[in-house]
Design a binder for this molecule. Structure first.
Ligand code: HPA
Length: 277
């Protein structure tokens, strides 16, 4: 079933939805939770949210679940957690994001989303750390994603699969988030391939075409979530101003530090939003 990489998703003859279904079976078996209601992917800076949402009933290494790969990066936790909220809803917390820049293709990138859908989740909350273009924003600020521009040139959809992306980042859920924090601003997320940060010219291009946020994740995942019929909510933590907007060089350490500093505040915001879903 799998090619030489050992991951069945890498064999084009396999059906990624069957592999997601097998992964969902693994999760049900390992967590004892038959169905999850909500899925949450934790990006840089958002890690603490899982502790605030409710009680973690089970934590499993993602590597024990069919089709998942090892995390490529320090600061990205390779676990899946089942969290029970005070309202009795089951949240699948995905701390094991595969980035497009890892070069394993879109199937692996969106496998966690397809798996979440196969566990029963109808709502997909995607979070990330990203660069900000709007000059009214400051590092450490969370913003809602209102729409995206997919600059990867790639798609998780295979074949002639025509999916409507109007209102991809649900207006209903954005409005709900603003009932928790009315000061939340929003913007259009541009997914670049990475892993290099953008040049100032690329950031000017992103701005010229309507972008406000630059990052290396989320857009492909959101497309797969919509294909799976999920309602999507997206949050970016602005970890830095985008290249050329800030005059100092960008560093991964700066991104990690900004995430760490903002973590308590944004995690409690996210937990309150999840509590209201
Ligand atoms: N660009 C792309 N990805 C990022 C950035 C950025 O400025 N900051 C954090 N992730």
């Amino acid at each position: 079933m799998s090619d030489s990489t050992g991951n069945p998703l890498d064999d084009p003859a396999t059906d990624p939805f069957e592999i997601a279904a097998a992964a969902a079976d693994d999760i049900a078996r390992l967590t004892g939770v038959e169905r999850h209601d909500i899925a949450l992917t934790l990006g840089s800076g958002w890690g603490k949210a899982a502790d605030l949402i409710g009680e973690t009933t089970v934590t499993i290494p993602a590597t024990e679940v069919t089709g998942f790969s090892k995390p490529a990066l320090e600061g990205h936790v390779g676990t899946l957690r089942s969290v029970l909220t005070p309202k009795g809803r089951h949240v699948l917390v995905i701390g094991a994001r595969t980035h497009y820049y890892e070069g394993h293709g879109p199937r692996r990138v969106v496998h966690s989303v397809r798996t979440a859908a196969a566990t029963g989740a109808r709502t997909m909350v995607l979070t990330n750390g990203a660069g900000g273009i709007k000059t009214t924003w400051k590092p450490g600020q969370p913003v809602l994603i209102s729409d995206h521009i997919n600059l990867t040139g790639d798609s998780p959809l295979e074949g002639a699969t025509f999916i409507d992306l109007t209102d991809l980042y649900s207006m209903r859920l954005r409005d709900l988030a603003r009932t928790i924090d009315p000061s939340l601003d929003e913007g259009v997320y541009c997914q670049f391939r990475g892993p290099q940060y953008e040049t100032p010219a690329e950031v000017r291009m992103a701005k010229a075409i309507g972008g406000h946020i630059v990052g290396m994740s989320t857009a492909l995942e959101a497309i797969a979530a919509r294909q799976a019929g999920m309602e999507v909510l997206g949050f970016s933590l602005i970890t830095n101003m985008a290249a050329g907007i800030q005059t100092t060089p960008l560093s991964h350490q700066e991104v990690i530090d900004a995430g760490r500093e903002a973590e308590p505040v944004i995690s409690s915001l996210l937990a309150r939003v999840i509590g209201a879903l």
